[in-house]
Design a protein around this ligand. Structure first.
Ligand code: ADP
Ligand code: MG
Length: 348
C-alpha cells in the first residue's frame, strides 16, 4: 500500500465537492463554522449536505449518503445519534463505515504546547481496525435472558490494518508498532489479530514490534505514555484507547480522526462524540471538527489552504483562546473569530 486510497480529481476550476454529514448534537453548529472559515479563506471546496434521520424506520437517508460519498470520494462527518437500544436499529455511524469498507481509523494524538493537560509532549498514532470485531453488529437473544454478541475477527482485515500500521510507520519515520489485544483471554479472535500482526511485522525488520494487553495498555497510557509510538489494535479497544489518550491531552474537542478504505475517506472529530448536552450553547470546542476539515484539505491536495487554516488554528490555541473544555472562558464564536483574524493577517 503506497497511498491507500485514490485522491478524487478536482472539478473544473480546481474545486472539489465533498459530502457533508452534520449529524446530531453539536455537529450542525460545528459544520457551520467549517463553512464559514472555508468561505473566508477562499477554500475551493463545495459541500453536498446530507442529513441522516436516526429515527427513520428505513435506510433511505443512509443509502443516499453512501451514494454521495461514492460519487465524491470524501466526506466530513459529525456524529449521527443512535440512542435506540432496540435490536435491529443499527448505528448509522457503524453502518457507514462497514458498508464503505473503511477498514482503518487513524488518530494522530499529538499534544498542543498551549493546552494544559495531564501529560505533555505526547505523540502517538493509533491505527484501529474499523469495520469488525465487536462492531460486527451481530447480536441476538438466543433464548429469553440469554444474549449472544458475535465478535468477528478475520485474517484478511487483520492483515490489511497491520500492513497499514507498518507502512504508516515506515512512511513517517516511526520506530515502533505495539499491537494491543486481549489474546490471553480471547485466544482465537484476538489471538488471530496478534498472530497476523506478528507475521506482518516480519516484513518490516527496521521497525520494532511488541504487544500489550489492553488493560495494561490503559494503565501504561496514563502513567507512562511516552513509551508508545504507533498503536495497532482492534475496533473496540481502539475506541477505548483513543478516548484515554484524548482525555490525557485535552479532551474531546481537539483532535481529528481519519477513516480510510481503498476507495473512500471520511474525516471527523477523533472521539466521535455527539455532544448533545452542550449543543446550541455556543460552548462546544470547534477545533476538532476544524482539524478534521484541515485533514480533508491535505488529502484533497489543497495544501496551501490546509497550512493557512492549520496555522490560524495553532495560533488561536497557543494564544490561549480556549473554550471551557480546555479550562478557558472563550465561546465557540470567539475561537472561530480568532481563527478568522489569523487568516486575515496571513492574507495581508
Ligand atoms: P453525549 O453522549 O452525552 O452526547 P458525548 O459522548 O457526545 O456526550 O461526549 C462526551 C463528553 O465530551 C461530553 O461531556 C461532551 O460534552 C464532551 N464533548 C464532546 N465534544 C466536545 C466538543 N467539541 N467541545 C467540548 N466538549 C465536547
Ligand atoms: Mg457519546
Amino acid at each position: 500500500i503506497k497511498k491507500v486510497m485514490p485522491i478524487p480529481k478536482a472539478h473544473y476550476g480546481g474545486r472539489h465537492t465533498v459530502t457533508l454529514l452534520p449529524g446530531a448534537g453539536i455537529g450542525p453548529e460545528l459544520m457551520g463554522y467549517v463553512k464559514e472559515v472555508f468561505r473566508y479563506a477562499g477554500v475551493p471546496v463545495d459541500f453536498e449536505d446530507i442529513d441522516i434521520d436516526p429515527n427513520a424506520d428505513n435506510n433511505d437517508d443512509l443509502d443516499y449518503a453512501i451514494t454521495s460519498i461514492r460519487r465524491n470520494g470524501v466526506a466530513l462527518k459529525g456524529n449521527i445519534e443512535t440512542r435506540s437500544t432496540e435490536a435491529g436499529v443499527l448505528s448509522r455511524n457503524v453502518a457507514l463505515r462497514n458498508q464503505l469498507d473503511l477498514y482503518v481509523n487513524v488518530l494522530h494524538c499529538v499534544s498542543y504546547a498551549g493546552v494544559k493537560s495531564r501529560q505533555k509532549n505526547i505523540d502517538i498514532v493509533i491505527v484501529r481496525q474499523n469495520t469488525e470485531g465487536e462492531y460486527a453488529m451481530l447480536e441476538h437473544e438466543s433464548v429469553d435472558g440469554v444474549v449472544e454478541s458475535m465478535k468477528v475477527i478475520t485474517r484478511s482485515n487483520s492483515e490489511r490494518v497491520a500492513r497499514y500500521a507498518f507502512e504508516y510507520a515506515k512512511r513517517h519515520g516511526r520506530k515502533k508498532v505495539t499491537t494491543v489485544h486481549k489474546a490471553n483471554i480471547m485466544k482465537l479472535s484476538d489471538g488471530l489479530f496478534l498472530e497476523t500482526s506478528r507475521a506482518v511485522a516480519k516484513d518490516y525488520p527496521d521497525i520494532q514490534h511488541n504487544d500489550m494487553i489492553i488493560d495494561n495498555t490503559c494503565m501504561q497510557l496514563v502513567s507512562n505514555p511516552h513509551q508508545f509510538d504507533v498503536v495497532l489494535t482492534t475496533n473496540l479497544y481502539g475506541s477505548i484507547v483513543s478516548n484515554v489518550i484524548c482525555g490525557l491531552l485535552g479532551g474531546a474537542g481537539l483532535l481529528s480522526g481519519k477513516n480510510y478504505g481503498n476507495h473512500y475517506t471520511i474525516f471527523e472529530p477523533g472521539t466521535r462524540n455527539t455532544g448533545t448536552g452542550i449543543a446550541g450553547k455556543n460552548i462546544a470546542n470547534p477545533i476538532a471538527m476544524l482539524n478534521a476539515a484541515v485533514d480533508m484539505l491535505r488529502h484533497l491536495g489543497h495544501k496551501k489552504h490546509a497550512v493557512l487554516l492549520q496555522d490560524a488554528i495553532n495560533k488561536t490555541i497557543n494564544k490561549g483562546v480556549h473554550t471551557r473544555d480546555l479550562g478557558g472562558q472563550a465561546t465557540s464564536r470567539e475561537v472561530v473569530d480568532s481563527i478568522l483574524k489569523y487568516i486575515k493577517i496571513a492574507y495581508n
